[in-house]
Ligand binder design. Sequence first.
Ligand code: NAD
Length: 259
Amino acid sequence: MTNALTVLITGGADGIGRVTAQRFIDSGHRVHVCDVNQEAVAQLSNDGSGITGSVGDVSSVADVERVFAELEQTYGGLDVLVNNAGIAGPTAPAEAIGTEDWDRAISVSLSGQFYCLRRAIPMLRASEYGSIVNISSNAGLFGFPLRLPYAASKWALIGMTKTLAMELGPEGIRVNAICPGSVAGPRIDGVIERDAGARGVAPEAIRKAYERQSSLRCFVEAKDVAEMVYFLTSPLGAKISGQAIGVDGHTESLSNGLE
Ligand code: NAD
């Protein structure tokens, strides 16, 4: 990488976002994260990594405005937005999903990404290397039983990605989506527990079924996703835009055969 980029990663204090932040830092870039977890942001800002952070909930327009004001004050610009913050949402049949759960899932995983990219676009226009990576999911490529709001938000992100790639491409700004498969870690452990609870089966049966969903029979690691983010935003990805790229061992289906 020749030029040091300024990168904003939402939901960057933990999980995929944190690993991605480190990937950019390790290659000499500047990273600011936004995260709703105050403690995790404080820890990150003091851990010697050089990553800076703002506490903010992406589903709040006021928070997003403050995060970008702090970013501008700290770095004066932005080259890369990694729209990563997203929540799992409820695990339940569609008719049992409450309005509040629906609204919360959509407001974090879809509206939050919109609020951030809307605010980022003018800053990316001023960059020679502007690009956006939206973190969707393999649930954005398949139907996903019992996870309606999650799947709906992740499909919507791909529509947003393709539309924005067309709007911004003539100005040299690239927009891509990454669709991770199940990432090993505490978040997927929670998803497995809830899925097992909703179906009345043992968590181990769900874990095995999730592994069987991919041709490579695997979970992915956060670093697999981080490397793809890095590639897409680097000169190696200079001609890639409007894509929804699976990092998932090739998902064959999200129907887990337990019905
Ligand atoms: P995670 O829960 O491990 O970490 C997400 C981070 O986002 C946390 O630090 C959390 O505090 C923060 N966050 C949550 N709500 C927020 C909000 N409203 N505003 C700002 N920050 C917020 O999640 P993860 O597994 O690293 O997932 C990151 C992204 O990858 C999400 O969009 C998720 O849907 C997607 N994804 C994850 C998996 C997986 O298996 N983990 C698979 C496919 C896609």
